[in-house]
Ligand binder design. Structure first.
Ligand code: ZN
Length: 516
């Protein structure tokens, strides 16, 4: 078969053209929504039976034109198996979350522009953000599939079911084909441990759920108390305060992760998957000793995982650069990376990882590429940047609305923007509106209010913002993709020299950082 689809009178998206399963596949435009075109040599009943759409005779074969529906997305992942997510292992990787379902083409272009060596996760959304955007796990999955198909992406992709808190979350995401599961036990982390006195810590330690821990307080104490663990350049001593504080703070979280892991093993029933443990959304930083304790106890309980996100020192606020002392952060990353190599190796995961341009070179070097970068909301901000240029007054009304929602919506996020410092909408001229995306306060305000903006109720029979926002992005896909590409190149490029086991010339590799 030689590219006969392109000889038909169809507006074929050239980057999507591919041959597989004895058929030719492409995305076609024209007449509004994109459609799937499949041209088979003969009427392949089995293949056509898996697809939905209208068939006709064309170019000596059978042409099917169908919607970008869940059924066709599933058939696509079967026929073009590289589109089906798979575990990425220890490869340097990046999660590029997409709340609108239109960002994958721009993400693909950014990964390619950065050299193509970072393993990407295009389908990634937390349960919290799925409910805020009224999307199902399958919709998240399918949007990434269609975007990767459109751009002709053929390298491995992962799919991250992010910040899962309950077994039901696991079930919903496993059914949709996710294979990277981020378990968030933060509700079981006890932040009071950092301020309790030693007697109070002893009492709380004694009250831990020891049966589900598979151990006794005595057994645990024997394994740690008075011992010092050498971990690369670190000596990690466990005096009583360190041990009982780690136990009180993270003990229930460890038990929860182990239970979730067991549920995952049963649910996946032999299908390959990988696990991430994230404690980033907690009040106080994770010390290297606490990280070591959590990793050691998870291992003892039979959990295996590919990446772990500690809560770092300083502030990783949404959508803005790191706030804090970079030298202090550097020391912390060096210690956490050492623990991750020693106890794993597994990757260190950077959550709320978008826009942390000061952190990337440090994290890439100190982990030697054994790192996962996770971003989510910053692609929505690039959508707003696109809209600010296309429809200034519409963007201004979104910003005005976002300001009104900020004090309410900020509650579930770590942000410090102030309404008083953010420019007033009427004071910003059309040409300067996109500049609001560079102003710290306005940027955070726009970031945390996305759910309200997307779901804001109907006015005069129409959703107030959602339909117009999506319509603008759908009819200007190149503008959105270009903004995403240049934004994410800056995220990915610092990691590229270290990806795929590389070492930049002149760089020193951390001790024992070799990978096989
Ligand atoms: Zn996170």
């Amino acid at each position: 078969m030689h590219a006969r689809l392109s000889s038909l009178n169809l507006d074929v998206q050239r980057s999507s053209l591919t041959e597989a399963a004895e058929a030719e596949w492409a995305l076609v435009r024209g007449g509004g929504a994109a459609r799937l075109a499949v041209l088979t040599r003969s009427a392949d009943a089995r293949l056509l039976g898996e697809l939905e759409g209208e068939t006709s005779s064309a170019a000596g074969g059978t042409l099917l034109l169908g919607p970008t529906s869940p059924r066709n997305a599933a058939a696509l992942r079967r026929a073009l198996p590289w589109l089906a997510p798979r575990p990425l292992g220890l490869a340097t990787s990046a999660g590029l979350g997409d709340r609108l379902g239109l960002a994958t083409p721009g993400h693909v272009r950014a990964v390619r522009a950065a050299g193509g060596r970072i393993a990407p996760i295009f389908a990634q959304q937390s349960i919290r953000e799925m409910s805020r955007t009224a999307r199902t796990p399958l919709e998240v999955m399918d949007a990434a599939t269609w975007g990767a198909f459109q751009e002709g992406w053929r390298d491995p992709v992962g799919a991250d079911a992010d910040h899962l808190k309950t077994p039901a979350d696991i079930d919903a995401c496993a059914a949709a084909g996710f294979c990277f599961f981020t378990i968030d036990p933060s509700e079981h982390v006890d932040p009071r441990a950092d301020s309790l006195s030693l007697p109070a810590l002893r009492e709380a330690f004694g009250a831990l759920p020891w049966p589900s821990f598979g151990d006794s307080a005595d057994g645990l104490t024997r394994r740690y108390l008075g011992r010092t663990f050498p971990v690369e350049h670190l000596q990690i001593p466990f005096d009583e305060a360190t041990l009982v504080r780690a136990g009180v703070k993270y003990g229930r979280a460890v038990v929860h992760v182990a239970a979730m892991y067991q549920h995952l093993v049963r649910t996946m029933a032999g299908r390959p998957f990988e696990l991430e443990v994230s404690v980033d959304e907690t009040e106080t930083p994770t010390s290297p000793a606490e990280h070591f304790w959590v990793a050691s106890e998870l291992k003892r309980l039979g959990v295996s995982w590919v990446s772990l996100a500690p809560r770092f020192v300083g502030r990783f606020e949404k959508g803005v650069d790191y706030i804090g002392n970079l030298a202090e952060l550097e020391t912390a990353i060096a210690a956490h990376a050492a623990v991750a190599r020693h106890c794993g190796p597994y990757k260190l995961s950077l959550h709320s990882g978008s826009d942390k341009f000061g952190v990337y070179p440090i994290a890439a070097r100190l982990t030697a590429g054994l790192v996962h970068l996770k971003t989510a909301g910053t692609s929505y901000l690039e959508a707003l940047r696109t809209v600010a240029a296309l429809a200034p007054s519409f963007f201004r009304s979104i910003y005005e609305f976002a300001r009104g929602r900020y004090e309410t919506d900020r509650a579930s996020y770590h942000v410090s923007a102030s309404l008083a410092r953010a420019p007033r909408p009427e004071a910003v001229g059309d040409a300067a509106l996109a500049g609001l995306l560079e102003q710290f306060d306005a940027r955070e305000i726009l970031h945390v209010t996305f759910g309200s903006v997307l779901r804001e109720g109907v006015v005069d029979g129409r959703p107030r913002f959602y339909a117009e926002l999506m319509g603008l992005l759908r009819s200007n896909p190149e503008a959105y993709a270009a903004n995403l590409e240049s934004h994410f190149r800056r995220h990915l490029e610092p990691f590229v020299p270290w990806a795929a086991g590389g070492v930049p010339s002149g760089a020193t590799v951390p001790a024992r950082a070799g990978r096989d």
